[in-house]
Design a protein around this ligand. Structure first.
Ligand SMILES: CC(C)(COP(=O)(O)OP(=O)(O)OC[C@H]1O[C@@H](n2cnc3c(N)ncnc32)[C@H](O)[C@@H]1OP(=O)(O)O)[C@@H](O)C(=O)NCCC(=O)NCCS
Length: 167
């Protein structure tokens, strides 16, 4: 039903509404600059042969410092600093909520993180939940809350890779 692609000049952003104005306005006002400057890469979903964006996520490299974040030894694997990928934003238009598309969007984002890590390394996938509902959404998919930073959760890259193989 949707095509997934890197954000381009042809994509229409104005009508996107995920129900969270901060995520809507970031897409409209900051996503193109973030993508072109290399701060994050932004991927969008559009219905087949349409350019209206109905979902997006942004992904960028990150580093997790074990003591700052407050993560377990098994997640850290004995290291004090770990590279990874941050799914900085992820959102779906409200007209498509509740039909399983959010789960597919997350898998699409995890696939990007796993592929990037296959090339350049990366131990953790990191997500920042924008509110309590988003926090519960990520917990539903077995992301693990970090102790010292509210709203942040992590998953081992190897766990994400296994989940993708199982789909
Ligand atoms: C979060 C979001 C992408 C979820 O999309 P969605 O289409 O509503 O979710 P889905 O229908 O794909 O749900 C997939 C699974 O997650 C569960 N789920 C969805 N939202 C949930 C929530 N808030 N808390 C717990 N579980 C949730 C569903 O019950 C479903 O479970 P199942 O696979 O066992 O049936 C969407 O609600 C959204 O864009 N919200 C606004 C932006 C946002 O909060 N982004 C989060 C990152 S900041």
């Amino acid at each position: 039903m949707f095509e997934s692609a890197r954000l381009g000049g042809q994509h229409q952003l104005d009508e996107f509404d995920c129900g969270n104005e901060a995520l809507n306005s970031w897409l409209r006002e900051q996503a193109r600059r973030a993508d072109s400057s290399g701060i994050a890469h932004v991927y969008v979903w559009t219905p087949i042969r349409e350019q209206k964006v109905r979902a997006y996520y942004a992904i960028c490299p990150t580093e997790v410092i074990r003591n700052d974040a407050g993560i377990s030894g098994s997640l850290a694997g004995g290291y004090s600093r770990m590279p990874g990928y941050l799914i900085a934003r992820l959102a779906l238009d409200v007209s498509f909520h509740g039909h399983g598309y959010g789960a597919h969007l997350l898998l699409d984002a995890l696939d990007k993180a796993v592929r990037a890590a296959e090339i350049g390394g990366g131990r953790l996938v990191v997500v920042d939940a924008i509110d309590d509902a988003a926090y519960e959404f990520y917990k539903h998919f077995d992301f693990i809350p970090v102790k010292n930073r509210g709203g942040r959760l992590v998953m081992k890259m190897s766990t994400a890779a296994s989940a993708l193989r199982a789909v």
